[in-house]
Design a protein around this ligand. Structure first.
Ligand SMILES: CC(=O)[C@@H](O)[C@H](O)COP(=O)(O)O
Ligand SMILES: NCC(=O)COP(=O)(O)O
Length: 237
């Protein structure tokens, strides 16, 4: 069964816009779980533009499903993850000033660094995932780093979906099969939506988890959070 992990970054964006605590991200996270989400994802960036480091500490004890913390493994991030010990950590190669994630790791040229970081998190009993492009070679080197899972960066799939979904999905099925052959767990995320999620899952039904945030929060503006999460869960059946 493919799990839906709701990324609540954009809820924090709205909260930060007024400097108070509305919306309350702890309540939103709890409600996402109540509405059927099987995980909560947060991506505390160094500038804390949305999710703050303290949010991660606050949310950890109230998560009943799984907490997935994404981020670039700078020292401050590593310390936070080891402090709160989430179910999963997802390493993302974003630079500090990126507007959002736009590529996976070069696992070949970062194998030494990633192997060390993965080892530290695994020693702490945290499931690890490395954010990669849909590239079998990058998946292969992620395996060499000792990670439990890879997360496929799906923006290229979403961007090309309307131009031809069969062509858009092809590199992702190839990379997903490479991961399966290597015994790696498989996650996916970035720009997945109600338009493209069902087809993605139909072609890669063995995927363990999709993490979705931006589109869910945008859809919830029109359909409400409960209905929106229900529709995303339907798309994964
Ligand atoms: C790794 C990934 O694809 C998501 O975590 C994405 O980076 C969301 O980040 P923003 O919500 O800051 O766009
Ligand atoms: N790992 C992807 C994620 O957490 C959410 O990405 P998006 O749905 O906000 O693009």
């Amino acid at each position: 069964m493919t799990k839906l992990s709701v990324n609540i970054n954009k809820v924090a964006t709205i909260r930060n816009a007024r400097g108070a605590n509305n919306p309350d991200i702890l309540k939103v996270a709890s409600d996402c779980e109540l509405f059927g989400a099987q995980g909560i994802t947060v991506h505390p960036r160094p500038d804390e533009r949305h999710i703050r480091y303290q949010d991660v500490r606050d949310i950890r004890p109230m998560i009943k499903t799984e907490l997935n913390i994404e981020g670039n493994p700078i020292a401050k991030y590593i310390d936070l993850v080891l402090e709160v010990r989430p179910a999963q950590v997802t390493l993302v190669p974003d630079s500090h000033d990126q507007i959002t994630s736009n590529h996976g790791w070069d696992t070949k040229n970062n194998i030494t660094f990633l192997t060390d970081v993965i080892g530290r998190f695994k020693e702490a009993g945290i499931r690890t995932s490395i954010f990669v492009d849909a590239d079998a070679e990058m998946v292969g080197y992620a395996k060499k780093c000792g990670t439990d899972r890879v997360e496929l960066y799906t923006e290229p799939y979403a961007a090309n979906y309307r131009n031809g979904r069969a062509e858009a999905i092809a590199p992702f099925t190839d990379a997903a099969m490479a991961a399966r052959e290597l015994g790696l767990g498989l996650n996916a995320g970035h720009d997945l939506s109600l338009e493209n999620l069902h087809y993605f899952h139909q072609n890669i039904p063995w995927i363990d988890e999709v993490s979705i945030g931006h589109a869910i929060i945008c859809d919830a503006l029109y359909m409400g959070l409960r209905n929106t999460i229900g529709k995303y869960l339907e798309a994964l059946k």
